[in-house]
Design a protein around this ligand. Structure first.
Ligand code: CA
Length: 229
């Protein structure tokens, strides 16, 4: 899952980005409203953390512009403490949730998980597919209760498929959500990672949909490519 953090306080931005990365997310950052608006307008984020007090363009304007342009990604706003009117204005402008500063990082992480889960229509932070369980709180994966050691990229891949389980996800979409904006993307490498992931999981849950992409579910394989899993 790919997340955008728009925060002008460099320490806070660094803190949030590193906490999110530790949770297995890919993170892009912006230090002012204009850059943040541009990124959110052009890149496909699974969630955005948006400070309201920003240079160049304030967070409320950024949010309004996104929503007016039909950008529907979940947005968590950061508001100053005691500025209840900001929370109301933010929610009215299309924010999905807010956290008041100063905050505990754990709370922001929990709210981000909730937004991602809600966006994916999931009822719990554990994603289960047959014997496979993805614990998105701890960024841990088990198969039949046995922990599976994954690299961060393998985890991101699986978590993204998990948030979209039952739906076909194209390689292009995976590339856009697994790497940050600076990464030199190559959708061919996805196939390699899927192969490794299948080997590590050793259960038939990632199905190749020929010419379309991949689907995570426990259902029967419906293309011949699955035979090679
Ligand atoms: Ca600020």
């Amino acid at each position: 899952m790919r997340i955008l953090v728009v925060e002008d306080d460099p320490d806070l931005q660094r803190l949030l980005a590193s906490a999110l990365r530790d949770q297995g997310y890919v993170v892009d950052t912006a230090g002012d409203g204009e850059e943040g608006h541009h990124l959110g307008d052009t890149e496909p984020y699974d969630a955005v953390i948006l400070d309201l007090g920003l240079p160049e363009m304030d967070g409320l304007t950024v949010l309004e512009k996104w929503r007016k342009a039909g950008r529907a990604m979940p947005v968590l706003i950061l508001t100053a403490r005691d500025r209840w009117a900001d929370k109301v204005a933010g929610l009215d402008a299309g924010a999905d949730d807010y956290v008041a500063k100063p905050f505990y990082t754990e709370e922001v992480l929990a709210r981000v998980r909730t937004l991602l889960r809600r966006g994916a229509g999931l009822a719990s932070s554990d994603i289960e597919v047959g014997p496979l369980r993805i614990d998105t709180r701890a960024a841990r994966v088990t198969v039949q209760g046995n922990p599976i050691k994954l690299t961060s990229l393998e985890y991101r891949l699986l978590a993204y498929l998990g948030h979209h389980k039952g739906r076909v996800v194209s390689r292009g979409e995976l590339v856009e959500h697994l790497y940050d904006q600076d990464f030199d993307r190559d959708s061919n490498t996805i196939e390699v990672f899927v192969g490794r992931l299948r080997k590590k999981l050793n259960v038939n849950v990632i199905h190749t949909m020929r010419g379309l992409g991949y689907k995570l579910d426990e259902g029967a394989a419906d293309t011949d490519a699955d035979a090679a899993h």
